[in-house]
Design a protein around this ligand. Structure first.
Ligand code: DOR
Ligand code: ZN
Length: 430
């Protein structure tokens, strides 16, 4: 196993220090550390060292749509984005609703070696919303599933949602809800408002998200389990979660990079690259989710990396699949929207993109402060450079980035997974 001495990095944006990585661990943090024989030195002057990022919401498409993404290509893109762990959503084909499928995804992640891949199990059989999946068997499997979600669809049946929360309570699992009231969003194409009327696209009203969040916060308060809200996107949703936390209720929430930066007016181009579920919202909503992330109402940033092949995006808006890729741009978008605006410090970024998601997902080897004895899951970033997003440069198999042509700050220079570089000089290490 390789050993590295990283010199002169700003540790989570604070003090400048050296980091010695050996045998998969951070063995020393300090100044003027000597490189033992055979240790490679990386000059990290001007770079920030953060704990490896953790994405609680990634779509890897394997099994079933390996033309859009595989576990290997998705986790490689994740590493390039600074992630050392990703949680793979269950809306694959077959659906990840059995121990067999989650173990397959978990094993493919291990074989790839670019990031730890933690499968999310489906809440209901086939994500059909009528019968609980074998949650216990997935939890007991080698993949040790703790997070369950029907993401892509909402668990809309209140009785089933209640049973799911009760069931996972036995082993401390969490239900991650895609909050979308289906009857209120039938045929919905974009945010509901004046613009959807002008464009002639069916609207997706904020209340369809907020009604489910409010319901589930109350259901979870009743059951006393763990509820996580996926990709919260409206001002009203932030207010509901803020009120719930003020009452001491146990709920966590995520926001995506695209909802922190982009607004619904992009839909006026009718370019389906901007079609996503939940949809891009208004400027007021963007301000509210930024504030919510800053004050801790929203716990984490999660990418909702949703790769789609060209034929599913290069078509008429209403026929296109919703979703955007985002693993490689997440940190830059967060720097732009949250750090450069002084809403978050780099220590906060480590909290929202590493410590907290690892905690919610219950993967203790990730999200640990950069201290001696911690696993060497580390990312080095250069906050001072800018780059223009070019879809063809993506390591994802898909190209559907909404940030094409945008110039964003920051670049991931190196990523280490248990001391092994997965990315060096901004490129996959193998
Ligand atoms: O835009 C989305 N795409 N939202 C989801 O919830 C699912 C995802 C996908 O799987 O493509
Ligand atoms: Zn979703």
């Amino acid at each position: 196993m390789s050993s590295y001495l990283i010199t002169g990095a700003r540790i989570v944006g604070g003090e400048v220090a050296d980091l010695l990585l050996d045998n998969g661990e951070i063995v020393a943090v300090g100044t003027n550390l000597e490189a033992p024989a055979g240790v490679e030195t990386i000059d990290a002057k001007g770079l920030i060292a953060l704990p490896g990022l953790v994405d609680l919401h990634t779509h890897l498409r394997e099994p079933g749509r390996e033309d859009a993404e595989t576990v290997l290509t998705g986790s490689r893109a994740a590493a390039v984005g600074g992630f050392t762990a990703v949680f793979a959503m269950a809306n694959t084909d077959p659906v990840a609703d059995t121990a067999g499928v989650v173990e397959q995804v978990w094993r493919l992640g291990r074989e790839g070696g670019y990031a730890d891949v933690f499968p999310i199990g489906a809440v209901t059989v086939g994500r059909q919303g009528s019968q609980l999946a074998e949650l216990g068997a997935m939890a007991d499997s080698a993949a040790r599933v703790r997070v369950f979600s029907d993401d892509g669809d909402c668990v809309w049946d209140a009785a089933l949602m209640r049973r799911a929360l009760e069931y996972v309570k036995a082993f401390g699992g969490v239900i991650a809800q895609h909050a979308q009231e289906p009857r209120l969003t039938q045929g919905a194409q974009m945010n509901e408002g004046a613009l959807s009327g002008v464009l002639g696209l069916t609207g997706w009203p904020s209340v369809a998200e907020e009604a489910i969040i409010a319901r589930d916060v109350l259901l979870n308060a009743h059951v006393g389990s763990k509820l996580h809200i996926c990709h919260l996107s409206t001002k009203g949703s932030v207010e509901i979660v803020r009120a719930a936390k003020a009452r001491g209720l146990d709920v966590t929430a995520e926001v995506t990079p695209h909802h922190l930066l982009l607004t619904e007016d992009l839909a006026a181009s009718y370019n389906p690259v901007y079609k996503v579920n939940p949809p891009l919202r208004t400027k007021e909503d963007v301000e509210a989710v930024r504030e919510g992330l800053a004050d801790g109402t929203i716990d984490i940033v999660a990418t909702d990396h949703a790769p789609h092949p060209v034929e599913d995006k290069d078509c008429e808006w209403s026929a296109a699949s919703p979703g955007m890729i985002g693993l490689e741009t997440a940190l830059s978008v967060v720097q732009h929207a949250m750090v450069d605006t002084k809403l978050l410090t780099w220590a906060d970024v480590a909290d929202r993109m590493s410590n907290r998601p690892a905690e919610i997902g219950q993967v203790g080897d990730h999200g640990r402060p950069l201290e001696a004895g911690a696993p060497a899951n580390v990312v080095l970033i250069d906050p001072a450079v800018e780059r223009t997003v070019v879809p063809a440069e993506s390591k994802s198999l898909s190209r559907n980035t909404p940030f094409e042509g945008m110039t964003l700050p920051g670049r991931v220079v190196a990523t280490f997974l248990r001391g092994t570089p997965t990315v060096l000089d901004g490129m996959p290490a193998r």
